[in-house]
Write a protein that binds this ligand. Structure first.
Ligand code: F6P
Length: 529
């Protein structure tokens, strides 16, 4: 029997087994957990036992995870459909050991660009800028936006704003109240062709000129397409380039992270890179059975491909990681939301899950009802710091911790009908009404979750967390035998939007559109102001 079949058989055999029963093994809590420095990943509250873990590890070994990991770090062109290396890890290779792409060491350029970013960031931080607007979308927005929010306690530079949506509301609301003479606009776009970003960049430039600012001095660009930044008129001294081997959703470590560097300063940005580098080293050297990204990936494979749980919730009990679920949505869904394997053959199984979530405790008062009592099982991934930044509010953090730990416990334990009946009886219900009321108070339990604990959300830790998830996505992609580093699935919509634009502005009629689209266009044209 192959490993996939064996895992499915194990899942069927143990489908009704209680996770709580697995704790008859007194060592389970620590055996099903792994620590890297100050970071602790607990996966004991899942229905994975020793046999299943061994089979999952065998699946990873047979998929050649170790060899493919080494190939990625060595610059092999594992992004096969674009014939590109995948070397975002070079951007945090602060010790500068050689990293080769097509026979050339990429590190001298990486370190030169990093030095230029540091010097520019220092100038901006020491200069007259009060505000910085990062204009970008997808990977050119979510990484820095998420990280700037996550590291707010370290923010001692100008205010940072992020504009991504082509909806004019985004840029209009952001520009409101800003001083065009003291605002720096950073246009972040790997390709420098993305419609949303270029439209917003042109609007920002017109605003700056209209309000007495000077785009020559107050615009910077982050891109692989330096010819296009020049064409746009950006001062070459303010252009920070990178190479095509950095995927958009993996790009926060280099120039795309400039707004973060300006916000927290080059030193703290270095700590952020060091955290990621630390996770890279762990990923490269730790044996698979104690390798945190590998174990996180195997839990993902178990829940998504074997147990057929279609989604997973990312639940940071850390308000400043509010954007982490959105960030991971792009990282995971754009990377592993594919339908074909590397050979081009249809994938024989589901690929990446739907990733969603929100910060706790807010989610508890919104969607946890379904997580606890709904008919679908949603594996939950909790994240929690042992220490909060608000030393003056220790009771807030204590409550936050209590809530996070209570949720994973409640999901696992549930509440039986007997227990629910006792509660309903204590409320005064009797006879058939007692049973009916009790049924509504039952929690099925046995719902899996993992918890990632860390000491404090500082730059180093954030770097570790992001790199951990990047490598998790990589390992899942290898096991699923898909190409995690292209994103052809975003192209068709972009092409159709381009061809629809003249229909919407009225310069072309809708006769070639399908009847539904034509009717929608007709409504818009008749109802717009
Ligand atoms: O949505 C597709 C995508 O290409 C993402 O992968 C990327 O992060 C985003 O668009 C922005 O692209 P660019 O940085 O080239 O503007």
């Amino acid at each position: 029997m192959n490993h996939w079949d064996s895992l499915s058989a194990q899942q069927k055999t143990h489908a009704d087994r209680k996770i709580t029963a697995l704790f008859d093994d007194p060592a389970r809590a620590t055996d099903f957990a792994v620590q890297v420095g100050d970071m602790y990943f607990d996966y004991s509250k899942t229905n994975i036992d020793v046999t299943t873990r061994n089979t999952l590890l065998a699946l990873a070994r047979d998929a050649d995870v170790e060899r493919q990991r080494d190939a990625m770090f060595a610059g092999a062109h594992i992004n096969e459909t674009e014939d590109r290396a995948v070397l975002h890890t070079a951007l945090r290779n602060l010790d500068g050991g050689p990293v080769m792409d097509e026979g050339a060491d990429v590190m001298p350029d990486v370190l030169d660009t990093l030095a230029a970013m540091r010097s520019y960031a220092r100038d901006v931080r020491n200069g007259a800028f009060t505000d910085v607007i990062n204009i970008g979308i997808g990977g050119s927005d979510l990484g820095p936006a998420m990280a700037v929010q996550a590291l707010a306690p370290y923010h001692d530079g100008p205010r940072c704003h992020f504009v991504s949506n082509v909806d004019g509301a985004d840029i209009a609301d952001t520009l409101q109240g800003l001083d065009a003479k003291t605002t720096l606009v950073i246009v972040a776009s790997k390709t420098f062709t993305t419609t949303e970003t270029m439209t917003n960049a042109r609007t920002a430039r017109a605003w700056m000129i209209d309000h007495g600012g000077d785009p020559k001095q107050q615009f910077a660009a982050l891109s692989t397409a330096e010819d296009k930044t020049e064409e746009f008129g950006i001062n070459p001294l303010h252009v920070f380039g990178f190479e095509s081997w950095v995927g958009g959703r993996y790009s926060v470590w280099g120039p795309i992270g400039l707004s973060l560097m300006i916000a927290i300063g080059p030193k703290a940005f270095d700590a952020f890179l060091r955290g990621a580098q630390d996770m890279d080293t762990h990923f490269r050297v730790a044996d698979l059975h104690e390798n945190m990204p590998v174990l996180l990936a195997l839990v993902g494979i178990w829940h998504n491909q074997i147990c057929d749980y279609a989604t997973r919730a990312v639940l940071p009990y850390d308000e400043r990681l509010n954007l982490l679920p959105s960030y991971l949505q792009q990282l995971e869904m754009e990377s592993n939301g594919k339908g074909v394997q590397r050979s081009g053959a249809d994938s024989p199984r589901h690929t990446g899950p739907v990733v969603w979530g929100a910060a706790g405790t807010n989610g508890q008062h919104a969607f946890y009802q379904l997580i606890h009592q709904g008919t679908r099982v949603v594996p939950c991934e909790f994240l929690l710091a042992a220490t909060g930044h608000e030393a003056e509010l220790p009771h807030h953090h204590q409550l936050l911790v209590a809530n996070c730990l209570a949720q994973s416990k409640a999901l696992m334990q549930g509440r039986t009908f007997k227990e629910a009946r006792e509660i309903a009886a204590s409320k005064g219900f009797t006879d058939t009404e007692l049973d009916r009321q009790a049924r509504h108070r039952v929690f099925p339990g046995n719902r899996p979750s993992t918890t990632l604990l860390y000491r404090l959300l500082d730059p180093f830790t954030l770097g570790q967390i992001i790199a951990l998830y990047e490598h998790r996505v990589f390992v899942e992609g290898v096991i699923l035998d898909i190409i995690s580093f292209d994103q052809w699935g975003v192209e068709l919509g972009k092409e159709l939007a381009t061809s629809l634009a003249p229909v919407i502005d009225g310069s072309k009629d809708a006769s070639n559109e399908d009847p539904s689209t034509a009717a929608l266009v007709d409504f818009v044209l008749r109802h717009r102001a």
